[in-house]
Ligand binder design. Structure first.
Ligand code: ADP
Length: 579
């Protein structure tokens, strides 16, 4: 039930519409209570002795009233349904955008720990599941409660003894509903979880279809999907079985009530203790009375689904981003670009330290090259500069200010990142370059592309700068993507550059083009580079040799190549200097 409180802030803006819904519910319910009363009057009219003209007048009056009642009811129902859905879909919309906004606050760590399919399903599917809760469930409860109270009051005024017989099966029905309902909740939870697992698996396999086919894993993967889907189907069937078991409970309670009322009421009519029209009214109201239980059963599934989804949504909304944007943080337009690590220690998981007491300073315009074996912590160091993570101990300083005191957008405005695996959005080449500077003119984009040695291959594409790339567009080679990424960084023109040099092999001409572009990009910027190229390392102002999260050697190439340490070994192995 705690999950329901997640809804509150989302309902608040729609208070006035919800009030209108409530008014039309009152009108509809009122009309619903009036209709059987009119039938009762009809029976009374027809069973009393009066002149034909009087009876006719009464009939006309009753027919007119019935017409008005049903008219009011239908109009009321239209407004109730329509307005309730207006509120509900708007709540969904607000939730989707709130979720997405929240997702953008999470650092990369959040995304490496989760499957993207699962995250997407929360934004799209779970929010959709909330709609019936807001549109139907809440109102059904209000209508049901009002109807039940209204009918009990009517029963009370008509005949208290008969009322007790009419209500006698109710507690049993409620106990039955409660008993089944308790089992339904976990069943729906399990179903929701399994659906998430299945969609994550399918999403993963669709992304890796090439590998599945190359390694001939089709049968194995089919089997995995089959098993999970079968499990899901079993859980869906079980949940529906429990759901279906609610029907006999309500049906037999209704039936039993009617039998009791007909039996005891009939005797009282025969004994002259109860007017016939009142017995008729009892039976009519009784079917209306158990109606709320029906809707309780009907909305149960929607309610359970929504409850599970709300839980998943509120989990995302309640998660605090690991990297927090400081309130009233510093907001430098352009930093000079000094980067300083002061005894920085970091761990992804609390017990496994990845960096131990890293200290170094990169003066504005300098290049610091990080070298060392895989897993040494090089990517982690550059991730800390961009504040993808925050250190557990020590500080990262930009121009002498703790990075945590600088507004995130100001910090990131001052940093360009060129990574090995470049992500291109679905869109044109031009749009992808412009991503780093939305206000850039076409001329600026072309200038950046030229400086990145990308212009020539871009104009050779089918539609030049307008060519669609990304998942749904032309596939570019690794070297081409990297040059687009360099063009992006050049266009952004940030004073700090984070660079992860490619290890993937490209042909000599491409290599030369990339080298040249990178040299241009590094010009006049503070650059922290995960270096693989000898030329980069040689020209670096400072080389940090990392091993096991520690700086084991540092200095310029000249200073440390002569030693017999790790750098020397890496250097000889990687560049085969004796060859
Ligand atoms: P390098 O870039 O030098 O290859 P990394 O900085 O990527 O090294 O990794 C340093 C260590 O941190 C490795 O042991 C790696 O397994 C671990 N690591 C990297 N990323 C994560 C992560 N997101 N979660 C947990 N551990 C990680």
């Amino acid at each position: 039930m705690r999950e329901l409180f997640t809804l509150r802030p989302f309902l608040r803006p729609h208070r006035s519409t919800m009030l209108l819904v409530l008014l039309s519910i009152l009108a509809t319910t009122g009309a619903g209570l009036l209709a059987p009363w009119l039938i009762r009057s009809l029976v009374a009219l027809l069973s009393t002795e009066s002149t034909q003209a009087e009876t006719l007048r009464g009939l006309i009056g009753l027919a007119a009233l019935l017409l008005v009642t049903y008219g009011a009811r239908s109009v009321g129902q239209f407004f109730t349904t329509h307005l309730a859905h207006v509120v509900a879909w708007n709540v969904c919309h607000d939730m989707r955008t709130a979720l997405y906004h929240q997702l953008q606050r999470f650092s990369p760590g959040y995304y490496t720990q989760r499957q993207s399919g699962e995250i997407v399903s929360r934004v799209i599917k779970d929010t959709d599941n909330i709609e019936p809760l807001v549109a139907d469930v809440v109102y059904d409860f209000v209508v049901s409660a009002l109807l039940a109270i209204g009918i009990i009051v009517i029963f009370f005024t008509l005949d208290r003894g008969l009322m007790l017989w009419a209500l006698f099966p109710l507690p049993f029905a409620l106990i039955g509903i409660w008993w089944i309902g308790r089992r339904i909740m976990p069943a729906f939870d399990a179903e929701g979880e399994r659906t998430g697992e299945l969609s994550a698996l399918v999403q993963d396999n669709v992304a890796g279809m090439r590998e599945i086919q190359i390694f001939g894993r089709e049968r194995h993967e089919s089997h995995r999907v089959h098993l999970l889907s079968r499990l899901l189907a079993r859980e869906q069937i079980y949940a529906r079985k429990l759901d279906a078991a609610l029907y006999p409970v309500v049906e037999s309670a209704t039936g039993l009530s009617i039998v009791l009322v007909v039996w005891f009421g009939g005797q009282r009519v025969l004994a002259g203790q109860l007017a016939l029209e009142n017995l008729v009214a009892f039976v009519l109201y009784l079917t209306a009375f158990y109606q709320p239980l029906w809707s309780l059963v009907g909305v149960n599934e929607a309610f359970q689904r929504a409850r599970t989804s709300l839980g998943r949504i509120s989990e995302v909304l309640r998660t605090e981003p690991e990297v927090l944007d400081p309130t009233d943080g510093l907001n430098p337009a352009r930093v000079a670009g000094q980067i300083r690590f002061e005894r920085v220690a970091f761990a992804y998981q609390s017990d496994i330290a990845v960096l131990h007491a890293i200290s170094f300073t990169a003066e504005p315009g300098q290049t610091v090259a990080l070298v060392g074996p895989t897993g040494a912590g090089k990517s982690t160091v550059v991730g800390l500069v961009a504040r993808f993570y925050d250190p557990q101990r020590g500080r990262v300083l930009i121009d002498g200010h703790d990075a945590r005191e600088i507004q995130l957008d100001a910090l990131r405005r001052n940093i360009s990142v060129v990574l090995q695996d470049v992500f291109l959005f679905n869109g044109s080449v031009r749009e992808n370059i412009r991503f780093s500077k939305p206000e850039a003119s076409d001329a600026e984009i072309e200038a950046a592309a030229r400086a990145a040695n990308a212009h020539d291959f871009i104009v050779a594409l089918p539609q030049g700068y307008g060519t669609l790339v990304g998942e749904r567009g032309v596939k570019l080679s690794g070297g081409q993507k990297q040059r687009l990424s360099i063009a992006r960084a050049l266009l952004k023109d940030a004073p700090i550059l984070i660079l992860d040099e490619a290890t993937s092999a490209v042909d000599a001409a491409t290599e030369h083009a990339i080298q040249e572009a990178l040299t241009r990009l590094r010009q006049g910027r503070t650059c922290i580079v995960i270096a693989h190229r000898l030329s980069t390392i040689r020209s670096a102002d400072q080389i940090l040799v990392l091993e096991g999260g520690q700086i084991v050697e540092r200095g310029t190439h000249q200073e440390i190549v002569a030693g017999r340490g790790l750098y020397q070994r890496l250097y000889e192995r990687q560049y085969d200097v004796h060859a």
